[in-house]
Design a protein around this ligand. Structure first.
Ligand SMILES: Cc1cc2nc3c(=O)[nH]c(=O)nc-3n(C[C@H](O)[C@H](O)[C@H](O)COP(=O)(O)OP(=O)(O)OC[C@H]3O[C@@H](n4cnc5c(N)ncnc54)[C@H](O)[C@@H]3O)c2cc1C
Length: 351
């Protein structure tokens, strides 16, 4: 018979959102268990480009307060993860060349001299860029450090532990997993692209697939992110340049397709002609948690003592620190430092 653990908060999904929230709650003294169907940080949170794209013109305007606050929180967020895990998670780039009008007026016009300094390998012909003060991280660094940080903080992480069912129990929630049962005061659905399905469900989250591929280039030939409407380049500082990304509505299919990878490589080589393609090709995919209005879903669920923190679509790496902060505040009855009105799950209740 399964044994039953008792915790303050049980979180389904060990991506960046579930783990960051768990870490925040641990730091506030709550006992936390994160249950993950596969391995921690192995879905969208690992597949991502890692851009902290506060001013991406494709972001909905309502997202800006969350984006700005999360970027402010990033240094302390990384400091905590690094000190608990003893693993480095550096900000790998600090500037972005953005094509098109940025989401706020913070962009500065580029000069050929500046491009030659930070991106001498770039072929800017036919593109009109502005500079943005934006960072990027390598999700591989977070994949190593974030689960370790949670464990060091005294949190519990159960891997290969799919949440199979939840039911209301006296003053809380009984969570049934593959491995054991958990009696929790509060349950949080952080299941990313799978957050709309059983058993957590009740929110309209749709998987939006993205292909990614790495090319190689001497690190001093590209030292900033380059973002155009069709493709982006994220240099990691060690010769890898991550190229992204497609946006595909194909359900839960995660297979790597040659046509999509070739399209990304062609676009990348037009921007960075001296890049080389490793053999074998280093390509992968991930499923973004998309929502009908492009905004995350943060707040109480219909079932008592249950919450949702999901739907971060293209910005979950950027939004992890602020999501952890405002969710913890809301769950503990405090006023969230960024209003959650636009992100309430109740906006879909007629759905
Ligand atoms: C190709 C691509 C590029 C991206 N680039 C960027 C970027 O540059 N910058 C940025 O900020 N964001 C980016 N994103 C978006 C970002 O990756 C996501 O918004 C973010 O990772 C979502 O985190 P999550 O924790 O909600 O989901 P995930 O990381 O997908 O984690 C959800 C977890 O829940 C688990 N799970 C599901 N169902 C259950 C269950 N029943 N029981 C237990 N566990 C379950 C899954 O196994 C998974 O591990 C990108 C995404 C993709 C796919």
């Amino acid at each position: 018979m399964n044994r039953t653990d008792v915790v303050d908060v049980a979180i389904a999904g060990a991506g960046i959102i579930g783990l960051s929230l768990a870490l925040e709650l641990r730091q506030r003294g709550l006992s936390v268990t994160v249950m993950e169907r596969g391995q921690a940080m192995s879905s969208a949170s690992w597949a991502a480009g890692g851009m902290l794209a506060v001013n991406d013109p494709q972001n909905p305007a309502e997202l800006m307060p969350l984006c700005v606050r999360s970027w402010e929180l990033y240094p302390s967020y990384l400091e905590i993860i690094e000190s608990l895990s003893s693993l480095p998670v550096p900000i790998r780039t600090r500037r972005t060349l953005q094509e098109g009008e940025p989401a706020s007026k913070s962009g500065q016009d580029t000069t050929a001299t500046e491009i030659a300094q930070l991106a001498p390998g770039l072929n800017p012909a036919g593109h009109s860029f502005v500079w943005l003060e934006e960072g990027s991280v390598d999700p591989n660094d977070l994949r190593a450090a974030l689960p370790a940080a949670l464990l060091a903080a005294g949190g519990t992480l159960l891997e290969s532990a799919e949440v199979l069912g939840i039911e209301s129990a006296d003053g809380g929630v009984r969570v049934q997993t593959e491995r054991e049962n958990i009696l929790a005061g509060t349950f949080v659905n952080c299941c990313g692209a799978w957050a709309g399905g059983e058993p957590c469900g009740g929110v309209p989250v749709e998987p939006i697939k993205g292909h990614m591929v790495n090319v190689r280039c001497a690190p001093d030939r590209l030292r900033c992110v380059v973002r155009t409407p069709g493709v982006y380049l994220v240099p990691r500082g060690d010769g890898r340049v991550t190229v992204g990304a497609t946006l595909e509505h194909v359900g839960f299919d995660e297979g790597v397709r040659e046509a999509q990878v070739s399209g990304l490589l062609e676009a990348a080589l037009r921007l960075l002609p001296e890049a080389t393609i490793p053999s074998p090709i280093d390509a992968w995919t991930g499923l973004r948690p998309g929502t009908p209005d492009g905004l995350p879903i943060l707040g109480p669920a219909q079932r008592a003592n249950c919450w949702h923190a999901t739907g971060h679509y293209r910005d979950g790496i950027l939004l992890a620190p602020v999501t952890a902060r405002v969710m913890a505040q809301a769950m503990l009855g405090e006023t969230p430092e960024v209003s959650l009105a636009a992100f309430s799950p109740s906006r879909f209740r007629s759905w």
